[in-house]
Ligand binder design. Structure first.
Ligand SMILES: NC(=O)c1ccc[n+]([C@@H]2O[C@H](COP(=O)([O-])OP(=O)(O)OC[C@H]3O[C@@H](n4cnc5c(N)ncnc54)[C@H](O)[C@@H]3O)[C@@H](O)[C@H]2O)c1
Length: 305
């Protein structure tokens, strides 16, 4: 293409995309219907996974729940039915085990059908300094928080590509955008999850499969129990998030095909600043925001809720 025409096209479209984004600060985006669609949520036995199941259930979806916590899933399934799910099936599946993911995925395809919305939500945290963390826990963190996403995509993405229809949701973390003292393996796993979801999303666009959407979710601490004991230094700027509103925001992002969802909103500014500030100023800001001490009081979940 002619250099001047191509450059003009980019300038005009850039201008338009910015106006469009500005307009949508005030005018809500149109929500797509997911009624009748099959939604698979990993780690659905508690926390955000359970709440997202309830939110999707209320939209008239078919729910497929995966977890290693059978009792938790049973409770989620009951709640989802009460919220209006068309059908709920739950499966014990250890997402850290590739063969188990493939085996249970085949079972889901036989018993329920192709998955339309895949929510990779299962996650764990070691909560130890890198040097003190046992190798087995570090490996497990990478397997659950990152590698599991590879295997679920391998299992369910081909059908989405064939239909050019689907949605891939990655529940990552703000720790997938900014490193945190005391969370090295967790941050590595979440950076991996973000990079993986972002790259596959681009692969899909490059092959013209723009009907398969991606949503990457990066929340700060959520009050689910996973990070029990952790405190935030400036709660007004960086509040500990409420699980219900996080689940609602995630489902809203899926319905409006939003690619990145950072919570709270201040995370958009903080993650942008991280990439443009001089390093010393970034560290100063990190200390000011308490990022160096976030994990000092970490206890984690004391029992399965
Ligand atoms: N709680 C937070 O502060 C926070 C912040 C940012 C991101 N996140 C992420 O949100 C997601 C949900 O976290 P949550 O706060 O609801 O925690 P949670 O502990 O309540 O839920 C995690 C679920 O994953 C399941 N799980 C763990 N290992 C599994 C495995 N191998 N296979 C299948 N399921 C497994 C657990 O049984 C549990 O039901 C996680 O990916 C987490 O990393 C949480």
């Amino acid at each position: 293409m002619n250099f001047f025409l191509d450059t003009l096209r980019v300038i005009l479209l850039s201008f338009w995309y910015n106006i469009e984004a500005f307009i949508h600060l005030f005018v809500p985006r149109r929500r797509k219907s997911v009624a009748g669609e099959v939604v698979l949520i990993t780690g659905a036995g508690s926390g955000i996974g359970r709440l997202m199941a309830q939110e999707f259930a209320a939209l008239g979806t078919v729910l497929v729940l995966w977890d290693i916590n059978q009792e938790g899933m049973k409770e989620t399934a009951q709640l989802a039915k009460e919220c209006g799910a068309i059908k709920v099936r739950f499966y014990l599946c250890d997402c850290s085990n590739k063969n188990e993911v493939y085996r249970v995925a085949d079972q889901v395809k036989r018993e329920v059908g192709d998955v339309d919305i895949l929510v990779n939500n299962a996650g764990i945290v070691t909560g130890k300094k890198f040097i003190d963390a046992p190798d087995s826990l570090i490996e497990k963190t990478m397997e659950v928080n990152t590698m599991a996403h590879f295997w679920t995509y391998k299992a369910f993405l081909p059908a989405m590509i064939a239909k050019n229809h689907g949605h891939l949701v990655s529940i990552a973390s703000s720790a997938g955008l900014i490193g945190v003292n005391g969370l090295a393996d967790y941050c590595a796993s979440k950076f991996g999850a973000v990079g993986f979801a972002e790259s596959v999303g681009l692969e899909l666009l490059a092959i013209g499969k723009d009907g398969v959407k991606t949503t990457i979710v990066c929340p700060y601490f959520i009050n689910t129990g996973m990070f029990d004991g952790c405190q935030t230094k400036w709660p007004t700027l960086m509040p500990i998030l409420k699980p219900h509103s996080v689940a609602k925001n995630i489902v809203q992002a899926v319905l409006t095909d939003q690619v990145y969802l950072l919570m709270p909103k201040s995370m958009y500014i903080i993650s942008a600043l991280k990439n443009i500030l001089p390093m010393k100023q970034g560290i100063l800001l990190g200390q000011y925001l308490g990022a160096f001490n976030l994990m000092d009081t970490f206890r984690g979940r004391s029992k399965q809720e």
